[in-house]
Design a protein around this ligand. Structure first.
Ligand code: DHB
Ligand code: FE
Length: 287
């Protein structure tokens, strides 16, 4: 049987990818940020999963305004890093896990969540920056990402976006799906995006430390309560792009306590302002 061993939550700021790709991670601006992920890279190395189920959002890269799936699961064998306007990031292709992805699609769709099946797409900073932060930059002796990844894209760009409640419930269905897979796999589920940020308009640059930290507190201790918060509260308090945080609720909904098990163990928690226009939040929970 496959099982979900841990969940990882992290922001995905594109400038973090650029800092890594251009060798700027020791610059005074970036150093405190990357220090917050030192533990995480060691933890990841010591707790390597067989597959990462990576919840992220596409930023009008693979999906334009011509086609906007609310939830899309990647069932392909591999995915290329996307060209977001200045060339693809110099990171390896992402290897998928078509068997597990197809099983999850089957189970979750039969559980009444309408997923879009994606057999071909490029993946943008929403997916590759969290991989870089947790796994380090591949290259040299380790030219590939350390394990297969199932990309799971959520629309948080074009309204209407899914509610926190629906995301949380979807996480529960994903857990059920993983646990019914006939194969001995350790699966991590990652929820990415956030924290507070607004990239345009009169409130551009908005950061709300209090909201962000209360969100993390509640995500740990009262995820069902956090799931009930309506999207307008995220937008008002955390900025228009703060809505990305609903993706964290998918990963949280897949943890054991939500299905009646013990509370997760908090392995690591980190918060840093600023990275580009964004507050960076990060959390690791183990089942
Ligand atoms: C920034 C943050 C994001 O989450 C994103 O998708 C794009 C840009 C930023 O802070 O610059
Ligand atoms: Fe984003």
């Amino acid at each position: 049987m496959a099982k979900i061993t841990a969940s990882v939550f992290t922001s995905h700021v594109p400038a973090i990818g650029a800092a890594l790709d251009l060798g700027k991670s020791n610059d005074p601006y970036w150093q405190p940020l990357f220090k917050g992920y030192e533990y995480s890279r060691q933890w990841f190395n010591d707790n390597k999963p067989d597959v990462i189920f990576l919840v992220y959002n596409d930023h009008a890269t693979a999906f334009s305004l011509e086609m906007i799936p609310t939830f899309a699961i990647g069932t392909a064998a591999s995915y290329q890093p996307a060209d977001e306007g200045w060339g693809p990031r110099p990171v390896p292709k992402v290897v998928g896990h078509p068997e597990l992805a197809a099983h999850i699609a089957q189970s979750v769709i039969q559980d009444d969540f309408d997923l879009t099946i994606v057999n071909k797409m490029d993946v943008d900073h929403g997916l590759t920056v969290p991989l870089s932060l947790m796994c380090g930059q591949p290259g040299g002796e380790h030219p590939a990402w350390p394990c297969p990844v199932i990309p799971f894209a959520v629309n948080v760009v074009q309204y209407p976006v899914p509610s926190g409640q629906r995301c949380f419930n979807l996480g529960r269905a994903i857990r059920k799906a993983v646990e019914s897979y006939d194969g001995d796999l350790k699966v991590q589920i990652w929820g990415t995006g956030g924290m507070s940020h607004q990239l345009q308009g009169a409130r551009a640059g908005l950061i709300n430390r209090e909201f962000d930290n209360a969100f993390i507190d509640r995500l740990i201790a009262d995820p069902a309560g956090q799931a009930a918060v309506p999207h307008i509260d995220y937008v008002r308090e955390a900025g228009s792009e703060g809505i990305e945080l609903v993706m964290w609720l998918i990963a949280r909904g897949a943890m054991g306590d939500v299905a009646g098990g013990k509370p997760p163990i908090v392995k690591h928690r980190f918060y840093h302002v600023p990275a580009s226009n964004t507050a960076v939040g990060h959390l690791i929970l183990e089942n």
